[in-house]
Design a protein around this ligand. Sequence first.
Ligand code: CU
Ligand code: CU
Length: 480
Amino acid sequence: MSMNRPTYLYGIIVASLLLVALVAGCQGISGVPAVLGQQPEAAHQPGSEGTNSSENAEAQFTLKTAISDGKMVFVGVGGGLEGLVNPELQVQDGDVVQITLINGDGALHDITLPDFQAASEQITGKESTTQITFTAGIEGVFPYFCSVPGHRQAGMEGRLVVGTGNPTAAAEAPSIVRPATDLPGLTAGPSTTVHLDLETVELEGKLADGTSYTFWTFNGKIPGPFVRVRVGDRVAVTLKNDILSTQNHSVDFHAVTGPGGGAAVTQTGPGQETRFSFQALNPGLYVYHCATPSVAHHIANGMYGLILVEPEGGLPPVDHEFYVMQGEIYTQGAYGEGGKQEFSREKMMAETPEYFVFNGAAGSLTEEHPMKARVGETVRIFFGVGGPNAVSSFHVIGEIFDRVYDQASLTSTPLTNVQTTLVPAGGAAMVEFSLDVPGRYILVDHALSRLERGLAGYLMVDGPDNPQVFEGTIQGDSGH
Ligand code: CU
Ligand code: CU
């Protein structure tokens, strides 16, 4: 990043979200009538008697929108929820649930629970209110959130716990996320033979909170293992296809000189094993992926990874190396819909994914495995796009890449001082930067609609403030 230039971190996020909200709010004045003048009632504990318009409601809650610590949130009103941010709402299985939403900040908002097909109208203007009523007919834990674009990501999300909250099968699905820190260190010494064992595994995993999907993987995680060799090395590959697989699988390394990058000799049936070896002739950072038809389907389901062929002499040391790959997922249900999702061939052929993900799943590098570093340290990101279809405009909000190894060419002079770098489907980039200011930096594809389809990663930077480079206070509870 460059010195003596104000960088914007939270400011730009909050400001742009507020802008979106304001713009949307203007439309809302004519298009979405607000429910004005309705007197909100205090929240009650679950099971308390309804006293007003909904005699039947067995659980009533009141939430108010607010801006707190630079985030947009719901705040509980009345009863045990008073003042709680994004409170957990507890109800009994089968309860009729009523939620009243009060607009506390004047922007356009709503409250939505897609798992119960419950969505309020959108309200704008301070003290306007709306209400939803639905029956909580399934046990589990379900999100409630504001569906105005960007607001859920800005913090307007909480949980409804029904009954014991005993997670549904979807919520119990295991993580298929490979942490960005899961990669080997520098290789040592002269050329050698590297043995690489890959196993193709199909498994149901967590795609998002309350949503599962049957992923196809290399070694059970997405992306597949980070392979690190040095130019001149011989790589001996063994590809084993799990006996429980429903598909043949294979592997095509873009680092290979030879038929299909290996795919021509690794088409492998369930329970079978194939082998081949190659010499790594060209240094660089390369994508590998399954190349069994329909190839796009196998890639979309998670079958991709990166292989680094280090140049002579290796790469210079840095404090942290991270491994991040972008992919698309084509589900039959819309983004955010709960339960087990099936693959949609129609959406894949139309190139209209429901999810965009880093490292396999929504929330992978935010809630689940945020990246961590400290002020004064240097960071290198190995970034690849599995795809299968979308190109990435890779960007880190609040940082500037000191060096971009464009197209993952490690033998060209790197670009310096780059904001956003284009990474093709089936391509990669290596970027490096140093950290000067503490805070939360967000990895995105600057095609930012995708942020609202699951694509984000956090780099949490600890350390002392650096007011010479950045001075400012993250917006607190404004109330206006
Ligand atoms: Cu495959
Ligand atoms: Cu931006």
